[in-house]
Design a protein around this ligand. Structure first.
Ligand SMILES: [Zn+2]
Length: 455
């Protein structure tokens, strides 16, 4: 007796850019057979008229800070699951919100709603090493401590390192290049939240190209929209394209919104930011606390920046057409940049993936469904070396999302950012039905995936 059979659905064949109509039999967390198979199964899902896609892989995610209650420890992961994500790569933008040891052991002991991999954040290591002034370069002693810590953390098999240059302007390229030496082996990925946005986007992108060349590691430029979609997207994409043609392994991710979100006390809001974006205080929306859902005035902005620096705000800074342009570029994939804090935050954490299908496939018709799915599955899988995920094939992990291509939609808004996506029937993690029509029914089928265990 096998575990689960999915009948009558269609799934994408990325190699041939076509759809395959076939049944799928799952056993022990693996896709055991694909085709017309006379196998008895206790559980059968009739996916007639539905798409049976590989589970979405979110290459740019942020984890929750553990508070000791399973549901809250994985709230963000749960919202990801409900939008079809079965694997998240967390620890991005230079930051980890938990000690790596705790993060890994928590998932190993209790499971998580979806599979997780993590980066080790450079900014996180800086803090631990005592380099607490974001405007100062680390001292040689501090850098040495960071390298030792990274070396020690390699036993948890992170994907690589992440950097948040914009959050710590004192970090130099040299620090990152030197830190990367502690990774020692080949095959890691460096994920970077660029140094400066707007007019400095092209220059910031060139810096990433140079870091990739100097370290020999592949480079993922984080959320290109919030860096360049203020008048500089075409120039920025061109730099990446040319670097790729010259043999540099650089790609990018993007979330499908015209607003970014971050802490109001971060260096992102240092002097001159509004001029750079061509925006004003009223383009800033408060996402939690007593001023929830209020637009800022200069007074409110300054008060919150001084009194509540960790408060998250959204800034409506990006031009939609430039975000569209990013998505039409083959080396740009989907990454949500999710991360709810006390259940508040940006709607991307509950809607990014379905929104790409709704906006770019159904409404604007700028991507085919297969192209959109490629950016959510096989591309990020390849990027982080997940060879057993990202495709529906015999022998692959049974991470699957079943949805109606005419109905799948994001419902989360800036006012109600955690609303579950619509049009998704099932999300299956490692063979377990984990989300059923917008409800989490199993929240611990996800595993921690180490670098050497990517299948
Ligand atoms: Zn970031």
């Amino acid at each position: 007796m096998k575990d689960l059979k999915i009948i009558n659905g269609k799934f994408p064949d990325f190699e041939n850019d076509s759809w395959v109509q076939a049944d799928i039999v799952i056993h022990d967390g693996v896709i055991e057979f694909v085709g017309d198979v006379p196998v008895e199964c206790e559980n059968v899902i009739d996916a007639a008229g539905k798409v049976v896609a590989p589970g979405f892989i979110d290459i740019h995610a942020h984890e929750d800070q553990f508070v000791g209650r399973h549901e809250d420890d994985f709230f963000t992961a749960g919202r990801g699951l409900l939008m079809g994500v079965t694997t998240q790569i967390v620890g991005n933008c230079g930051d980890n919100y938990n000690a790596i040891e705790d993060f890994v052991s928590n998932i190993e002991h209790e499971g998580a709603p979806l599979n997780m991999m993590t980066f080790v954040g450079q900014n996180f290591l800086r803090e631990l090493a005592g380099a607490t002034d974001r405007y100062q370069a680390s001292t040689p002693q501090q850098l040495d401590r960071m390298k030792k810590m990274l070396s020690h953390l390699r036993k948890f098999e992170p994907v690589g390192i992440s950097c948040g240059f914009e959050y710590a302007p004192g970090v130099t390229s040299e620090e990152t290049i030197e830190l990367a030496k502690a990774l020692e082996e080949e095959g890691y990925l460096i994920s970077v939240h660029f140094r400066e946005d707007g007019p400095k986007a092209p220059q910031s992108t060139r810096e990433l190209v140079e870091i990739s060349k100097a370290t020999g590691y592949a480079m993922e430029m984080s959320h290109i929209g919030s860096c360049a979609a203020v008048g500089y997207m075409a120039d920025t994409l061109k730099i990446i394209k040319e670097a790729r043609e010259a043999g540099v392994d650089i790609s990018s991710d993007c979330y499908p919104y015209n607003a970014f979100c971050t802490g109001i006390g971060t260096a992102v809001f240092d002097e001159g930011c509004f001029e750079r974006w061509g925006k004003s205080y009223s383009d800033v929306l408060v996402l939690s606390g007593p001023y929830l859902n209020q637009r800022c005035t200069r007074e409110l902005f300054e008060k919150l920046r001084a009194e509540d620096p960790d408060l998250h705000v959204a800034v409506f800074a990006m031009n939609e057409e430039e975000v569209d342009l990013a998505y039409q570029t083959p080396f740009v994939m989907v990454g949500s940049d999710c991360g709810f804090v006390s259940r508040h935050g940006h709607p991307r954490g509950a809607g990014a993936f379905p929104r790409v299908i709704r906006q770019y496939v159904r409404e604007k018709k700028q991507l085919t469904l297969i192209e959109a799915l490629r950016k959510m599955t096989i591309m990020p899988a390849d990027r982080v070396g997940l060879s057993s995920k990202g495709e529906i094939k015999e022998g692959m992990d049974a991470d699957i999302v079943i949805f109606d291509e005419n109905l799948i939609t994001d419902r989360a808004t800036f006012e109600e950012p955690t609303l579950a996506a619509g049009g998704i029937d099932y999300v299956i993690v490692g063979g377990h039905i984990s989300a059923d029509h917008g409800r989490i029914v199993c929240d611990n089928a996800g595993r921690y995936i180490g670098y050497n265990n990517r299948g």
